[in-house]
Design a protein around this ligand. Structure first.
Ligand SMILES: Nc1ncnc2c1ncn2[C@@H]1O[C@H](COP(=O)(O)OP(=O)(O)OP(=O)(O)O)[C@@H](O)[C@H]1O
Ligand SMILES: [Mg+2]
Length: 310
């Protein structure tokens, strides 16, 4: 698969601040790439450099084999963009907004079809200033698709949306991928990245601190899978001596980290063989959000220790 986006050694300085501090990544054509990071990490700066809206300080950037800064005009015909905090002319209707974009790009997109695609057809004649936050985001997404783009840059497209509206946007994103388009998705909703993204990069203070598929990141940085069983203290002791793995007990919840997948079967057999009463058990695995919170937390702690004189 060839690359839709290639970034090498990208740096963006604002005065003294290196908001993007030497990052490398590649986005394969037809994939969903999710760019994650805490507030101020450098996501929007990077996205806008890829879109040709901001000029980089250093590094190599190719988007659809073009340089976004010098070949901006050619690139803009081939990409769709929803900026963070999307805004539009207040008095224009959804239909007029799409017609405006259509004229701008010289395309023949059908407003009804585009709005139906994002579940906003009922607001085709509504003015922008009468749309709710989520409806504005949906219109933004429809506008981003007006020029039949090869890459869609979506900077926090679901922020502030209710759970139903977010799922509607997820369906649109899945559809974009099915149509062979590349999606560059920035989000603070980690479960969204876990569900949608083929590849994730986590940026923190301008540097990429982890990258890979969600499953790879969880495997590499996540804590091992665990079984938790609700039962009496005797059961914890029985399991320690018969399974040979350490247990931790919190409020009657006995928890055991699995060293191997088969440990789960040994633990369940031991619970049964113990003859002791138990109420319920569950297995759990860390999510991308658990891993994200810990990785970013560790980096911040490390930075604090370095700054604090001893
Ligand atoms: N035009 C600018 N001038 C000066 N500093 C800027 C400018 N734009 C962004 N910054 C700074 O660069 C850093 C990265 O900002 P950026 O908007 O890229 O973050 P982000 O990851 O998109 O954050 P968020 O999740 O809050 O949207 C921040 O410290 C921000 O204050
Ligand atoms: Mg941002």
């Amino acid at each position: 698969m060839s690359a839709a986006i290639e970034v090498q050694g990208l740096v963006k300085r604002y005065g003294e601040l290196a908001a993007v501090d030497g990052i490398d990544f590649t986005v394969s054509k037809g994939s969903v790439f999710s760019f994650l990071g805490p507030n101020g990490a450098g996501k929007t700066t990077t996205v806008e450099i890829l879109e040709g809206l901001r000029r980089r300080s250093a590094g190599q950037v190719r988007v659809l084999d073009l340089d976004p800064w010098t070949d901006g005009a050619a690139l803009h015909r081939r990409i769709g963009v929803i900026p963070q905090d999307f805004r539009f002319f207040e008095k224009i209707t959804a239909k007029e907004a799409i017609e405006y974009y259509r004229a701008l790009f010289g395309t023949h997109a059908d407003p009804g079809e585009l709005l139906a695609n994002v579940e906003l057809l009922d607001k085709i004649h509504a003015r922008f200033d009468t749309l709710s936050g989520g409806q504005k985001q949906k219109l933004g997404l429809a506008l981003a698709l007006t020029n039949d783009p090869e890459i869609c840059f979506l900077d926090e497209p679901t922020t502030g949306l209710d759970p139903h509206a977010r799922r509607a946007i997820w369906a649109v994103i899945r559809n974009l991928k099915r149509e062979g388009r590349t999606v560059f998705l920035t989000t603070h909703y980690l479960e969204e990245a876990e569900l949608l993204a083929d590849h994730v990069a986590i940026i923190h203070h301008g540097k990429i601190i982890a990258s890979g598929s969600p499953a790879e990141i969880i495997r590499e940085y996540g804590r091992p899978e665990r079984i938790t069983v609700v039962g009496p203290p005797d059961l914890a002791q029985y399991l320690e001596s018969h399974v040979g793995l350490p247990t931790t007990t919190d409020n009657g919840r006995i928890s055991i980290e699995l060293a191997d997948k088969r440990d789960a079967l040994r633990i369940l057999s031991a619970i049964d063989a113990s003859g002791l009463p138990w109420e319920s058990f569950e297995t759990s695995q860390e999510t991308l959000e658990d891993v994200f919170v810990r990785l970013v937390g560790q980096m911040d702690e490390g930075a604090l220790k370095q700054e604090t004189p001893t």
